[in-house]
Design a protein around this ligand. Structure first.
Ligand code: ACO
Length: 323
C-alpha cells in the first residue's frame, strides 16, 4: 500500500505574559520604532516562572488532538522540535509523552533551531510513509526567553515563547485524495555555525549559554536559501511556487518574509504573519502561525500550503502539503 502523511488536526498555545517593545525599551537602548521598522515585531509572549517547554508543548498538543478527534492512545510517535529542552536529557518529547498519557510508541527531540518544525515534519513524514508508525504528534515548542541575554539589544528584542502541534496520520494514498504532505526539502551548511549559536553547552562549558547572532550575516543568507528550498519543493511537486494557496513562513523577520514573497512572486494576500504579536518563537513559529490561520478561517482543508524556515546551523528547509 502506498502511504501518505495526512494532517488530521492542529493546535497551539501561547503563554499569558506579554512583553511589549516599550517594556524592552525600558531595559535596553532600543525603541519601539527601531524594532517595528527592522523586524515587524510589536510584542512577544514570555513563559511564566515554572512553565516549561514541555508544558507549552502539552497545551498545544492537547488542542491538536482535540481538533483531530484523537485520543492520546491513538498516537504512536511524538517528535518535538526544540532548542530549549526542559533538561539535557531525557528528550522533552519523552516528558510530553508521559504528561499527555501517550501509552506507547517512539518519542524523540529534533534540534534544528528555528528550522526545527520543518525538520520534525519531514522526519515524521518519512516514519509514517514506511508504515511502521500510524499517528504522529509533531510539535514545535520553545521557551527561548530562557537563553536570551536580556542585556543584548541585538537579540533580546527578537524572540518569544510558544508552542504549536500537528497530528499526522498515515493514510492509504488512494483513499486520502490529494491531501497530505507532498514534498519536503532540508538543508544545512555547518560552516555558518558562528553566525547564530549559543555560547555554552554540555560538553564545552558545562553551562546553558546565551544566544549570539550576527543578524545581518544571517539576513544576507536567508532570502536566497529559503527561496531555493521552496523552489526545490515546488519542483518536486511539479507546481510553480506561486500556485500555493497559503505561505506560512517561519516568523523571524517581516523583511525576510517580504523578500521571499517578492523573489518568488507570491501573492502577498496569501502570506500568514503572526510576527507582530509573537516575535520569533523559533521551532514553534510555523505551527503557531498555521493554527492562527486555521482558527480564523483562512486555511481550509484541501488548501495547498507551503512552510519554510531558516535557523541556527545554518539549517533551512521547506515543505508543501495539502491541508
Ligand atoms: N535597537 C536599536 N538599535 C539596534 C538594535 C536594537 N534592538 N539592535 C541592533 N541595533 C543597531 C546595531 O547596533 C547597528 O548599529 P550601528 O550601525 O551603529 O553599528 C544597527 O542597529 C544596525 O544593525 P544590524 O544588525 O545591521 O541591523 P539589521 O538591519 O540587520 O537588523 C536583525 C537586525 C533584525 C537581527 C536582522 O539582521 C535579522 O532579522 N537577521 C536575521 C535573523 C534570523 O533570521 N535569524 C534566523 C532565525 S533565529 C534562530 O535560528 C535562533
Amino acid at each position: 500500500m502506498n502511504l501518505k502523511s495526512v494532517l488530521a488536526g492542529a493546535g497551539s498555545y501561547l503563554p499569558g505574559n506579554v512583553l511589549s517593545n516599550a517594556d524592552l525599551a525600558a531595559r535596553v537602548d532600543t525603541s519601539d520604532e527601531w524594532i517595528r521598522a527592522r523586524t515587524g515585531i510589536k510584542s512577544r509572549r514570555i513563559a511564566g516562572e515554572g512553565e516549561f517547554t514541555s508544558d507549552l508543548a502539552v497545551a498545544a498538543a492537547r488542542k491538536a488532538l482535540d481538533s483531530a478527534g484523537k485520543d492520546p492512545s491513538d498516537v504512536d510517535l511524538v517528535i518535538l522540535a526544540t532548542t530549549t529542552p526542559d533538561k539535557t536529557f531525557p528528550a522533552t518529547a519523552a516528558i510530553v509523552q508521559a504528561k499527555l498519557g501517550v501509552p506507547a510508541g517512539a518519542a524523540f527531540d529534533v534540534q534544528a533551531v528555528c528550522s526545527g518544525f520543518v525538520y520534525a515534519l519531514t522526519t515524521a513524514d518519512k516514519f509514517l510513509r514506511t508504515g511502521d508508525h500510524k499517528c504522529a504528534l509533531v510539535i514545535g515548542a520553545e521557551t527561548f526567553s530562557r537563553i536570551i541575554d536580556w542585556e543584548d539589544r541585538s537579540t533580546c528584542v527578537l524572540f518569544g515563547d510558544g508552542a504549536g502541534a500537528w497530528v499526522l496520520e498515515a493514510q492509504d494514498a488512494e483513499k486520502s485524495g490529494d491531501r497530505g504532505v507532498i514534498a519536503t526539502e532540508l538543508q544545512c551548511d555547518g560552516r555558518f555555525t558562528d553566525y547564530l549559536h549559543v555560547d555554552g553547552g554540555v560538553s564545552s562549558t558545562g553551562t546553558v549559554g546565551h544566544v549570539r547572532m550576527q543578524g545581518n550575516k544571517v539576513f544576507r543568507q536567508a532570502i536566497e536559501r529559503i527561496s531555493d528550498a521552496m523552489i526545490a519543493v515546488a519542483r518536486k511537486a511539479g507546481i510553480a511556487p506561486s500556485a500555493i494557496d497559503w505561505f506560512v513562513p517561519h516568523q523571524a523577520n517581516e523583511r525576510i518574509i517580504h523578500g521571499v514573497v517578492e523573489r518568488l512572486n507570491l501573492p502577498s494576500d496569501r502570506v500568514v504573519s503572526t510576527i507582530a504579536e509573537q516575535g520569533n518563537t523559533s521551532a514553534a513559529s510555523i505551527p503557531l502561525a498555521f493554527d492562527a490561520a486555521v482558527r480564523d478561517g483562512r486555511i481550509k482543508p484541501g488548501d495547498l500550503v507551503m512552510i519554510e524556515a531558516m535557523g541556527g546551523g545554518l539549517t533551512w528547509g521547506a515543505a508543501l502539503l495539502r491541508a
